[in-house]
Design a protein around this ligand. Structure first.
Ligand code: NAP
Length: 325
């Protein structure tokens, strides 16, 4: 028997409960991972609230690290005892153990702890595709990155800095400014008391920026549009404040023939080769201290609801992990 966080109806953090579950032997192509650390991601909140629909009752979570406990038929990628991490479905990572598709996991290199792997894999793979593929950041590119002190933000800002970008980051409150600067932001805008687009125009001498990475959604939609230079790219990759409103394509013409994309990690990492390349780059930057391994905030697995409460109330910076008891 093993334990997992489950929920029977959508709602607030209180719908989450810690339950005993039965876990089958891993199927063909699967491995069973005994978790040592579980990554908390904002998408888990979208699943819990029903913004993204999942069949109920359900487990929760897409990311964890741990040790391969048993191997299903046909798996050659891993053996029992390997330290691995993963950042994709099937949903159910908020658990002591989980069966996952072996091709969707990676070995954790020596020198990277399980808690760090669980804290950075999903967010780091996201930062990788955003900065290296969706809009290629080059030396001298000026970018606007919202929620710069958050989990994805913390990795993306350091990564963008290493690529030679000039970085404007937004944070929700004054107490996150110092961290955003330390991560590598050249300019920090406090979204709760400053006019984001106005400040971006000021900083860029009226030009605007060629790309905005926006995971806040509803609350920053207009500010993002108004911060872009002509032909700029609006990268809408999340909805922490709610989904962006439906809009007329003509708005993109009006604001300067802009491009709008709504990317998701699952479309950028579709093969084990893509996963290994992106994770390899991420772990290499961590090994070289380009991305510093800041301590994730830890919660006991059974207290996942508290982790959600902290994340959605904008109290946190960096990553959160759940530790099985
Ligand atoms: N599309 C993809 O492939 C992909 C993959 C991973 C993550 N994401 C998205 O990336 C974003 C960051 O994920 P994360 O797990 O690292 O979370 P996070 O950034 O640690 O937390 C979200 C942050 O968003 C900001 N925010 C602004 N308005 C908010 C509101 N009304 N409610 C809550 N937060 C608000 C807060 O920072 P401030 O208080 O500083 O504003 C908060 O800390 C999420 O939107 C997530 O869905 C997308």
């Amino acid at each position: 028997m093993t334990h997992a966080i489950r929920f029977e109806r959508t709602g607030g953090p209180d719908v989450l409960s810690f339950q005993e579950i039965a876990l089958k032997a891993p199927g063909d192509g699967e491995v069973r991972v005994r978790h040592t650390a579980v990554g908390v991601n904002f998408i888990d909140i979208y699943h819990r609230t029903g913004l993204y629909k999942v069949p109920l009752p359900s487990g929760l979570g897409l990311e964890a690290a741990g040790v391969v406990e048993s191997v299903g038929a046909g798996v050659t990628r891993f053996r029992e005892g390997d330290r691995v991490a993963y950042a994709s479905g099937p949903i159910g990572a908020y658990s002591e153990a989980h069966n996952i598709v072996a091709n969707r996991a990676v070995k954790i290199p020596d020198g990277v702890g399980d808690d760090v792997a669980a804290a950075i894999l999903l967010k780091g793979l996201t930062a990788h595709y955003l900065l290296r593929r969706t809009y290629k950041v080059e030396p001298g590119t000026t970018i606007l990155f919202h929620a710069a002190a958050g989990g994805v933000g913390m990795i993306a800002i350091q990564w963008a800095r290493s690529l030679g970008a000039t970085i404007i980051g937004t944070v929700g409150s004054d107490n996150k400014v110092e961290l955003a600067r330390r991560l590598g932001c050249h300019h920090v805008i406090v979204s709760s008391r400053e006019n984001i687009a106005g400040r971006v125009r000021e900083i860029t001498g009226g030009k605007g920026v060629p790309v905005v990475y926006d995971s806040v959604g509803r609350d920053t939609f207009m500010a993002t549009l108004d911060s872009l230079s002509p032909l700029g790219m609006f990268v809408s990759f999340g909805n922490a404040s709610g989904p962006v409103p439906p809009f007329d394509g003509a708005l993109l013409a009006q604001k300067g023939s802009l491009y709008f994309t709504r990317p998701t990690l699952a479309n950028y990492v579709t093969t084990p080769e893509e996963l290994d390349t992106a994770a390899g780059e991420l772990f290499d930057l961590v090994a070289r201290n380009v991305i510093r391994k800041s301590e994730p905030k830890r919660f006991p697995l059974a207290q996942a609801a508290e982790a959600h409460q902290a994340l959605e109330s904008r109290q946190t910076t960096g990553s959160l992990v759940l530790i099985p008891g």
